[in-house]
Design a protein around this ligand. Structure first.
Ligand SMILES: [Zn+2]
Length: 410
């Protein structure tokens, strides 16, 4: 279809829509505060629904509040879907999530203008509560869509302000008549800002996302014995702080030794935490991430062996608890190839990469073949009012989205 090959989205129009959406929950510094299921979040969803109606899309809203706009195909077939989310963290920017939803609507508007008909229907979704900052779990809307979380269980969740998801859904009229997951989906593509510094540092326009890192959070409680810092000889100590410090060192070593590994000790509390007292107890967390499940498990095993070993030598007892265990997700290779081909054909610089953050696309990868397109984040800053992605990069990302979707819609 040679005419559709020459199609490009309207960058200035997409920027205007991003500005319009950023008015809902706008905060000082150009950021957005749109916590899930709140009033500003609902106003943003109403804005998106109006845009969908203006584009002639069929509206589906399910009982958890996910919003879908569907453009008919020539045949009644599963939907080729794209989208993201419209909720933000309390100190959010105007690009995280919004770029994927509005980028998708821009693609459909471009197809409408050019009079391009596709075999499969094309759709845009705005999933509820991707961030999870107000109500856990994050990626709630896509998890409910996938069937991993029931609407009833999601509604019972109590947020940081003591209110429930269900109470907010009812108060702000979120629920629609569709049953979550009933819409047949052929594949899902999510355009998103990178939220990290890699594309900018490598001076690339498009990130071809191959997968999302798995995460393990392990908390260690180390119990030794308190003692006087002057009177107790070193070789007689059971120093919990010493074992904690060695663990921090080892986490860095693991990151350097295991391919694709990140290991972070972000929290450490010593007790009694006094200048001249050997610590009796240390509580620390290790955040382990890797896109390879085998390497992630091996890193966890090596870390635990190390901690047990050094604690044993020091005479410190170890309690270990895995608090988060999210498996890595690798996207469908043919979808990833399609994103890469679109970037290449359009003449954009690109690189293959792994997402460091979680996204609805990793949940949707359990429903249908899925993929993601990243565009650069200035300074790698996100979840912050200073979050910024350049208009030409967002335009490029939406063009890659357009041609990836066309590839699967025919
Ligand atoms: Zn996001």
């Amino acid at each position: 279809m040679p005419t559709s090959k020459r199609l490009r989205i309207n960058g200035p129009r997409l920027q205007r829509n991003l500005e319009d959406l950023a008015r809902f929950g706008a905060i000082a510094g150009g950021g957005v505060c749109r916590p899930a299921f709140g009033r500003a979040d609902k106003e943003a969803r109403d804005f998106l629904e109006d845009r969908m109606r203006a584009l002639g899309l069929a509206i589906h809203i399910d009982s958890i509040g996910n919003l879908f706009g569907i453009r008919n195909g020539r045949e009644s077939k599963p939907v080729v879907l794209c989208g993201s989310h419209a909720d933000t963290v309390g100190t959010g920017g105007r690009f995280d999530g919004s770029v994927g939803v509005l980028g998708g609507l821009e693609v459909l508007e471009t197809l409408n203008e050019a009079g391009v008909a596709t075999r499969h229907p094309l759709g845009v979704v705005s999933f509820v509560n991707e961030e999870g900052a107000r109500f856990t779990p994050d990626m709630m809307g896509s998890l409910v869509f996938r069937g991993d979380l029931s609407v009833e269980a999601a509604r019972r969740m109590v947020g940081i302000d003591g209110t429930t998801v269900g109470g907010n859904i009812d108060e702000n009229c979120y629920a629609g008549p569709s049953t979550p997951g009933e819409l047949p989906v052929r594949c899902y593509v999510e355009l998103h800002i990178e939220q990290g510094p890699v594309l900018e540092r490598d001076n690339r326009t498009i990130g071809v996302v191959e997968g999302v890192q798995g995460i393990k959070w392990i908390s260690f409680t180390l119990r030794g014995a308190t003692a006087h810092a002057g009177a107790m000889p070193i070789h007689l100590r059971h120093d919990a702080a010493y074992v904690a410090g060695a663990t921090i060192q080892y986490a860095r070593q693991l990151s350097l030794q295991v391919d694709g590994q990140r290991a972070t000790v972000g929290s450490l509390v010593l007790s009694p935490n006094l200048v001249n007292v050997v610590a009796e107890e240390a509580r620390l967390t290790v955040d382990l991430r890797n896109a390879d499940p085998g390497r992630l498990s091996a890193a966890e095993e090596r870390l635990s062996l190390f901690v047990n070993d050094i604690a044993g030598t020091e005479g410190v007892r170890v309690e270990r608890e895995v608090r988060v265990d999210v498996a890595p997700v690798m996207f469908d290779p043919s979808m990833v190839d399609a994103v890469e081909n679109a970037a290449k054909t359009l003449g954009y610089s690109y690189m293959r990469m792994i997402s460091g953050a979680g996204h609805d696309a990793q949940v949707m990868a359990g429903v249908c073949p899925a993929a993601m397109i990243f565009v650069p984040s200035r300074g790698g800053i996100s979840h912050n009012v200073a979050e910024y992605s350049a208009p030409e990069h967002i335009e490029a990302g939406a063009n890659v989205l357009l041609h990836t979707l066309l590839r699967f819609a025919d």
